[in-house]
Design a protein around this ligand. Structure first.
Ligand code: NAD
Length: 317
């Protein structure tokens, strides 16, 4: 347990930038420090920043064995976000450090961005915008709206379910692959639970919403991409490392896929604002810098949830 006077360290940059969240946290805790320089921490600098704190609010910061060993006062780690892939969960448990985490908080914000990327790619709007930036007035060659489209959703958790809901009003068919889903769960009539293979072979657009685990790393590799329907599109807003980037590059170059949109990458910059990938050279590849879960509204929701997780562990708040 912690208490009202326990030192709290906020590593999350989005949280640090929000006046409202800072006020709310300080209403409950007396001693808070923030990542005022908005640093992207590596292991060493994170240990230095967290040193002496009993609780931390972290976002994409990696809580490794080394970080845990280097911060012996830490009792609670509260996650600003939903992905847990950067946290050594077993070691955290071994050291009796509580993880504050609430799933699904940013599901709507990710799902609606996935929907918009699917539309942008299927209508060729993104590809044609790239042409226009080169002064080319080119018309569509294979523009598809959502009616009658088969949309494949890999991972039917908070985000996958929300995304499926959006398609119900667009007369699309939804194919879902999620081996962990409870078969007894009530699924709407327009959704079909399928194998990964069937989904790959039959979807016009595929959107990925699974965690990065040992079992999902490289799940969509050369073999899986080759099974995808010719001219289909792929959207990945989950985690880098799940899709093999070099295979996607080849599939886009040869127009086996007509487009892809990624918000996440295998090697995202930590201490630099620069990002390089040969995928960015392709006219049919659209990219954003890991922003799917962070709209203004979601930042507030994630922040409140992270604060509440600390309050739950506080004996006199
Ligand atoms: P969730 O835990 O609610 O759902 C994940 C689903 O994936 C579960 O239903 C699970 O059964 C399924 N799954 C696990 N292994 C699978 C496999 N091998 N094949 C198919 N399905 C599998 O998580 P969520 O809230 O829906 O988020 C999904 C992921 O999206 C998160 O783990 C996170 O990494 C990522 N995410 C990214 C952003 C962003 O900013 N880009 C924001 C939020 C979440």
């Amino acid at each position: 347990m912690i208490n009202k006077s326990s030192p709290i360290a906020v590593a999350s940059r989005s949280f640090t930038k929000s006046k409202e969240l800072r006020q709310r946290l300080e209403q409950n805790f007396d001693s808070v420090k923030y990542n005022e320089e908005l640093l992207h921490f590596d292991e060493e600098s994170l240990i230095t920043f967290l040193n002496g704190s009993e609780a931390a609010i972290i976002s994409e910061d990696k809580i490794t064995k080394r970080v845990i060993d280097g911060t012996p006062d830490l009792k609670v780690v509260s996650k600003f976000g939903v992905g847990l892939d950067g946290i050594d969960l077993e070691y955290l448990k071994e050291k009796n450090i509580v993880l504050g985490w609430k799933p699904g908080v940013n599901a709507s914000s990710v799902a609606e961005l996935a929907l918009s990327y699917i539309i942008l790619l299927l209508r060729e709007a993104y590809q044609l915008n790239r042409e226009m930036l080169n002064s080319n007035w080119k018309k569509v060659s294979n523009s598809r709206d959502l009616s009658g489209m088969k949309i494949g959703i890999i991972g039917f958790g908070h985000i996958g379910k929300k995304l499926a809901d959006y398609f119900s009003i667009h007369e699309s068919e939804v194919l879902v692959y999620d081996p962990l889903i409870d078969q007894k769960e009530k699924i709407s009539d327009f959704i079909e639970l399928t194998s990964l293979e069937f989904l790959l072979e039959n979807s016009d657009a595929i959107s990925i919403h699974i965690p990065l685990l040992d079992s999902t790393r490289g799940l969509i590799g050369k073999n899986e991409i080759s099974k995808m329907k010719k001219g289909s599109v792929l959207v990945n807003l989950s985690r880098g490392g799940i899709v093999d980037e070099s295979s996607i590059y080849k599939a886009l170059r040869t127009n086996h896929l007509s487009g892809a949109a990624f918000d996440v990458f295998e090697n995202e910059p930590i201490n630099s604002e620069k990002f390089n990938s040969r995928l960015l050279e392709l006219n049919n590849f659209f990219a954003t810098p890991h922003i799917a879960g962070t709209s203004n509204q979601t930042i507030q929701k994630l922040g409140v949830s992270a604060i509440n997780c600390l309050i739950d562990e506080c004996q006199d708040c």
